[in-house]
Design a protein around this ligand. Structure first.
Ligand code: SAM
Length: 477
């Protein structure tokens, strides 16, 4: 718990200039110590126990999701009103000790930021196959959300500039188990040359973080006016670098978790001044208590105050690009494809292989949607691609050494032997212990929990070798 003495005085002074700011309520909500906990379900994985999670009636998708929650140590509270798959929980469980988290069945995400779903749904025709860039993506909250709202014919490029943060992004994308995501590790400037390539550009910008003060009081000590200024400059640089890669009539979604106008409304004015844009007005239900604001240039923005909404501080805006970018020639210089015979060996591990083509990611064969094969080859040539499609594995002695990502994908061949684990066994497996298992099969098997893949094991009679990635293992007892 904190008290108002700790909220930076200069922040409070600057916020009092914002019409919708209610100082007393803002201070009170920070003093209350109340924690809002929310998760977002993964629609790809919801229907994995004998085809469904629910007890098998005519429940809607939402109720199926609730049913999933009964399998977890959650107390379900209410749906997040602006999200199809988001739910508030009554209290924070020990997420680390829930195998479903590690199986990618859900993502723990702050509720306000789930509004990205509404922003994209209201401004983009999601029935089309789209190329979407999430430029500042680690650890992957917005990317996993975007993957769930775009069509399966679309492709998401999920980028993170900081190398040490790409690993957690890759881990979360892998757990999500989709086949239409590419993870890259590039500075925003690397996207300038990809002129007019993307239909949608999401920039969840690095910011001064005041919106998370309630959840993370430590962040208060790191806050300063100088840092707000630094963040504002950085946000402008990121936007300027990435702007050319957005198509004409493409949509930019910009968000921060900062309350400072320098990072929010003033960025909108900077964008309006510098580029040809159309600010997009979003529909917000009055009951959501989200504040619509207008910047000096008239652009609409959406502020989330924790004393009004059930969520943390957040700011979001959508623009349509009204400029014609210079033309881009997509020329693939070098194909990075596996030998046909190796691709055929790898394809046998997939339930559905028809709609896929194969690319090499180093030594690993990855299956990518055929419709995006050339684009992914192009991206591999132009960017530092760290992950693409479904990583299947590498070939050794005419056999596949399966990659962990294949275990987490929803496309493992049903002929692959599965070993369903109890919760205790699953946690033991996730700690990378070798379990005592009596099983007639010898060789590779998929460890599952509630029907969802957790990772690979090699069965050896009455014991097994555990192939769970060492760097992902649970350390908590
Ligand atoms: N979108 C993420 C999510 O929902 O999980 C959170 C993104 S966080 C607000 C901002 C990200 O921008 C961080 O991962 C940070 O490493 C990255 N970043 C920091 N400096 C950057 C820069 N100069 N250019 C681009 N991204 C940057």
């Amino acid at each position: 718990m904190i008290n108002n003495m700790h909220l930076p005085a200069s922040l409070m002074t600057s916020l009092s200039k914002i019409n919708s700011f209610d100082r007393d309520a803002f201070v009170q909500v920070h003093e209350s110590g109340e924690q809002v906990v929310s998760v977002r379900m993964n629609p790809l994985k919801r229907s994995m126990v004998n085809g469904e999670w629910s007890i098998g009636n005519d429940q809607s998708a939402k109720l199926n999701n609730q049913e999933l929650i009964h399998h977890s140590p959650f107390t379900f509270h209410a749906p997040v009103p602006w999200s199809s798959n988001g739910y508030y929980l009554s209290e924070r469980p020990l997420f680390t000790l829930d195998p479903l988290l590690h199986a990618g069945a859900y993502y723990v995400q702050e509720a306000s930021s789930m509004f990205v779903e509404e922003a994209i749904k209201q401004t983009v025709d999601l029935s089309q196959p789209l190329l979407v860039l999430d430029l500042c993506a680690a650890p992957g909250g917005k990317s996993t959300l975007l993957q769930s709202v775009i069509s399966k014919e679309s492709l998401l490029v999920s980028n993170e500039v900081i190398q040490s943060r790409v690993n957690i992004l890759k881990e979360n994308i892998t757990k999500w188990g989709a086949d239409n995501v590419v993870v890259t590790n590039n500075d925003p400037s690397a996207f300038s040359k990809l002129s007019g390539l993307f239909d949608v550009l999401v920039i969840d910008a690095p910011c001064s973080g005041s919106g998370l003060f309630r959840r993370d009081p430590e962040a208060i000590n790191e806050w300063s006016e100088a840092n707000v200024e630094l963040c504002s400059q950085r946000q402008q640089r990121i936007l300027a670098d990435a702007w050319p890669c957005l198509k004409e009539d493409g949509v930019l979604i910009y968000s921060t978790c900062s309350y400072s106008a320098e990072e929010d409304e003033e960025i909108l004015d900077w964008l309006e001044e510098r580029f040809e844009v159309e600010g997009l007005r979003l529909r917000v239900n009055d009951e959501w208590k989200i504040d619509e604001v207008q910047s000096a240039s008239g652009a609409y923005g959406y502020r989330f105050w924790p004393n009004k909404v059930k969520g943390e501080g957040f700011f979001i805006v959508a623009f349509r690009k009204k400029e014609t970018p210079s033309p881009l020639r997509i020329k693939i210089k070098k194909n990075q494809e596996p030998a046909k015979k190796d691709a055929a060996i790898a394809a046998q591990w997939m339930q559905i292989a028809d709609a896929y083509s194969f690319v090499m990611q180093g030594q690993i064969i990855a299956a990518v949607p055929t419709a995006w094969h050339d684009m992914i080859q192009f991206l591999m040539q132009e960017l530092k691609v760290r992950y693409a499609g479904i990583e299947l594995g590498s070939i050794a002695k005419n056999d596949l050494l399966p990659e962990h990502a294949l275990a987490l994908s929803t496309n493992v061949n049903s002929k692959v032997v599965r070993v369903e684990l109890t919760k205790e066994q699953a946690l033991d497996y996730l700690r990378k212990n070798d379990l005592q298992l009596d099983h007639p099969h010898k060789g590779w098997a998929l460890a599952t929990y509630n029907g969802l893949g957790l990772g690979w094991m090699k069965l050896l009679g009455n014991r097994m070798n555990n192939y769970y990635p060492k760097e992902w293992r649970i350390l908590m007892r």
